[in-house]
Each structure stands twice: as structure tokens, then as C-alpha cells.
Design a protein around this ligand. Structure first.
Ligand SMILES: Nc1ncnc2c1ncn2[C@@H]1O[C@H](COP(=O)(O)OP(=O)(O)O)[C@@H](O)[C@H]1O
Ligand SMILES: [Mg+2]
Length: 281
């Protein structure tokens, strides 16, 4: 593999699940992670989450990135937020205080979260702060999706400790298999010491452009190396993904019948199928 490395708010919705939608056994906590920036972690957290909401599931999106892009992408201003995930993690404030109902519920972030690594590092149980915070509200949701910063630091480790599964968005333009190996190394340390069940449940190829040879090659390399972990749904490159957050909306709300929305609905179906087979395994 080493040789390949170089190549390689609108309307708030009521939070109730209709009777015909099956409930997962437990709230599933899915972390979107990749220590590389700009691979569509935030875009995938929001749009996959809203696709679950469309299917009738109760969804919480947690913004664990100090940059607050997920918070912003629902039209909220991180600069004017007074209580954020920082207070939850560092001061043990109940999650309810930082959850804002948007297209899905959003636990908001602000720039002070950048200090959380430092503030937590001297605390006992520093890796379990998020797991503890989620415990009392887990029964209110079917899916909790966590958006993480572009690093494998303490915030991301907190997400892995709380997780039932990890989805890795991978940009098919600048594929970094080395990055995936580092991510897997961190996960195996978390498995050994903190959360034995955490694992990669899927890899999403993003920013795919079938007209470009390197995009097709990157997609093939991913599939050769990671087989069935790679979702069949490829998230293609389209300007809609840059436009929607400016309007404070997901692509599903911004352009409901467009291809960008359809791609995330397809991905949601695949993730749900995978969850079902995992639960019955
Ligand atoms: N499929 C896509 N096609 C085109 N642009 C995209 C796509 N997905 C995301 N983007 C844009 O790329 C940038 C990075 O995406 P983002 O989700 O913020 O990545 P990350 O959270 O991994 O840093 C954003 O401006 C976003 O709007
Ligand atoms: Mg992001």
C-alpha cells in the first residue's frame, strides 16, 4: 500500500418518529472523521443527518469543530453563541443548553472550543467527557452524528470514545491512504484502551468528478484497498454544496429535487442498510 500513498432552518421539524419508521435498538452515534480538512466531513454530517430526518428519524448533529462550520451551515453565528460544546465538555454543562432546533437538532460550537483540548488535558476522564454528556439524552435520538475537526486530537478522540461507528469521507481528488492508515491506528488505540466497539463502518468518496482520470483512479484505489467498506454512492462535485450553507440550509432543503440532495438520500439508504445488518450480526 505504501507505493500507492502518493497517488494516492428552515422549518424546525417535530422530533417524533412516525409509527412506521423502525427504531434502532439504541441511539447510534456516528462520527464523521478524517484528519484532513476540506474532505466534506461537515457537508456529510449535515446532509446525511437531514436525509435521516426526512426518513423520520430523530437526529442530533454535534459540532465538535472549533471552526463552527456545521453551526454556521444552519445559519447560526458562532461568534454570538454564548454557550457551546466547550461548556459541555469542560464545565460539564448539560447538552440541552447548547442544542438548537434546526433542520435537525444541532449542538453548537464556537471558537472557544479551540481551547477545549488544553482545558481538558489536565482532567481525569478527559477522553470520556463527550460520552458522559451524551448519556442522558441518548434515548431522545435515533442517530447522533458528530462532526470533528481536521485533527486526531482530544476532541476527535472524545468522539471516537462516544461512537458506535465511524464514517470517513475521503476526497477522490487528493487521496491520502497514509491519512487513512493514521486514522485506523488512532482507532485501534481507542479500541484497546477506551471503546472496544469503535470501528470504521464506511468510507464515502466525495468531490467525485467522473470526467477526471485522477478522480476515477482515486475511487478505484479506495475500492481495491478497502473493498466493501466503500459505499457505492459517490458524492459528486457540484456547486450546490457551496451554495447551500450560505443560505443556512442543507442541500436537501436548498434544492430538494436536485442531484446533490439525491446523492445524500442514496448515501443515507446505504448507511441505514449497513446499520441494520450490523445490528443483526
Ligand atoms: N461534493 C462536493 N462538491 C463540491 N464542493 C463540495 C462538496 N462537498 C463539500 N464541498 C465544499 O468543499 C468545502 C469543504 O467541505 P467541508 O464539508 O467543509 O469539509 P471538511 O468539514 O472536511 O473540512 C466546502 O466549501 C464545501 O461546501
Ligand atoms: Mg468541517
Amino acid at each position: 500500500m505504501a507505493v500507492l500513498m502518493g497517488l494516492a432552518r428552515l422549518l424546525p421539524r417535530p422530533n417524533v418518529r412516525p409509527a412506521n419508521v423502525p427504531a434502532p435498538a439504541d441511539a447510534q452515534v456516528i462520527v464523521l472523521a478524517n484528519q484532513k480538512g476540506g474532505v466534506a466531513k461537515t457537508t456529510t454530517t449535515l446532509n446525511l443527518g437531514v436525509a435521516f430526518v426526512e426518513k423520520g428519524y430523530r437526529v442530533l448533529l454535534v459540532d465538535l469543530d472549533p471552526q463552527g462550520n456545521l453551526t454556521m451551515s444552519q445559519g447560526l453565528n458562532p461568534d454570538s453563541i454564548e454557550q457551546s460544546m466547550f461548556d459541555v465538555l469542560v464545565h460539564r454543562m448539560p447538552m440541552e443548553h447548547v442544542i438548537v432546533p434546526c433542520e435537525a437538532d444541532v449542538a453548537v460550537s464556537s471558537i472557544d472550543l479551540a481551547g477545549a483540548d488544553m482545558a481538558l488535558s489536565s482532567q481525569i476522564g478527559r477522553e470520556r467527557a463527550l460520552e458522559k454528556a451524551l448519556a442522558p439524552i441518548k434515548d431522545r435520538y435515533d442517530y447522533i452524528l458528530i462532526d470533528t475537526p481536521p485533527s486526531l486530537g482530544l476532541l476527535t478522540v472524545n468522539a471516537f470514545v462516544a461512537a458506535t461507528g465511524v464514517i470517513v469521507p475521503v476526497q477522490t481528488e487528493y487521496l491520502s491512504l497514509r491519512g487513512l492508515v493514521q486514522l485506523e491506528n488512532t482507532l485501534s488505540m481507542v479500541r484497546e484502551n477506551l471503546n472496544p466497539r469503535v470501528e470504521i463502518i464506511g468510507i464515502v468518496p466525495t468531490m467525485y468528478d467522473k470526467r477526471l482520470t485522477h478522480s476515477r483512479e482515486a475511487d478505484e484505489i479506495l475500492r481495491e484497498n478497502f473493498g466493501e467498506l466503500v459505499y457505492n454512492t459517490r458524492i459528486r462535485k457540484t456547486i450546490r454544496f457551496a451554495e447551500a450553507p450560505v443560505k443556512g440550509a442543507s442541500v436537501l432543503a436548498y434544492d430538494p429535487s436536485g442531484e446533490a440532495a439525491a446523492m445524500y438520500r442514496d448515501l443515507a439508504k446505504e448507511v441505514l442498510r449497513g446499520e441494520k445488518s450490523r445490528q443483526h450480526a
